[in-house]
Design a binder for this molecule. Structure first.
Ligand SMILES: [Fe+2]
Length: 193
């Protein structure tokens, strides 16, 4: 089984194919290396920020040293316009609970931001967040293209038993998750105004 790094290298190395084309020729379908754009790509829905956002997070792509525990997970995707054009230098901010469902509210563990590369790609190395009372499993994110407004939203895991009982959950914010030999690889493409 391929590793998380294998998936990430495949994602990063594959040039974006535009316009409005599904996958690169010959790429394994499950890797979904290029954005799958169609005529009805809606804006990524906004969601509540929740009570645990801390401003001024560090620029940080690898959260691995922030926690010794938890299942490793690589998160990756594009930031796109409604016309399926990749957005370079878009801000992506991620914060989430640790493996026991606890947020670091005094520091910046499992909190960080980065900017998309020239092809609109972003990726974080982190862990699968733990559950806490009242919510299904989720990540929190903020996304902002240069000159655009801030999109605050959350991402979810398919197949979570608590998804259907979570009043904030939105199925259009489900990650596309692949199992790897050393954790999970999750893909999501944001579409921003
Ligand atoms: Fe949360």
């Amino acid at each position: 089984m391929p590793t998380r790094r294998h998936f990430l290298i495949g994602f990063v190395a594959t040039p974006i194919v535009l316009p409005r084309l599904g996958r690169a020729a010959g790429a394994p379908a499950q890797l979904s290396l290029t954005p799958t754009c169609d005529d009805d790509d809606d804006l990524t829905p906004a969601q509540t920020e929740g009570p645990y956002f801390t401003p001024e997070s560090p620029e940080k792509q690898d959260f691995a040293s922030d926690t010794p525990g938890g299942e490793r997970m690589t998160l990756a995707g594009y930031v796109l316009t409604e016309d399926c054009q990749p957005v370079a230098k878009a801000l992506i901010e991620l914060w989430h609970a640790d493996e026991s469902g606890t947020y670091d509210n005094s520091g910046y563990k499992l909190r960080g931001h980065q900017f998309t590369d020239g092809e609109g790609k972003w990726w974080f190395e982190t862990i699968v967040p733990g559950l806490y009372t009242g919510r299904t499993r989720h990540y929190h994110l903020k996304v902002q293209r240069p000159g655009g407004s801030v999109l605050t939203t959350q991402l979810y895991f398919p197949g979570e038993p608590l998804n259907e009982r979570d009043r904030i959950f939105n199925a259009s914010l489900l990650l596309d998750i692949s199992a790897t030999s050393d954790g999970k690889f999750g893909r999501y493409d944001f579409v921003v105004a």
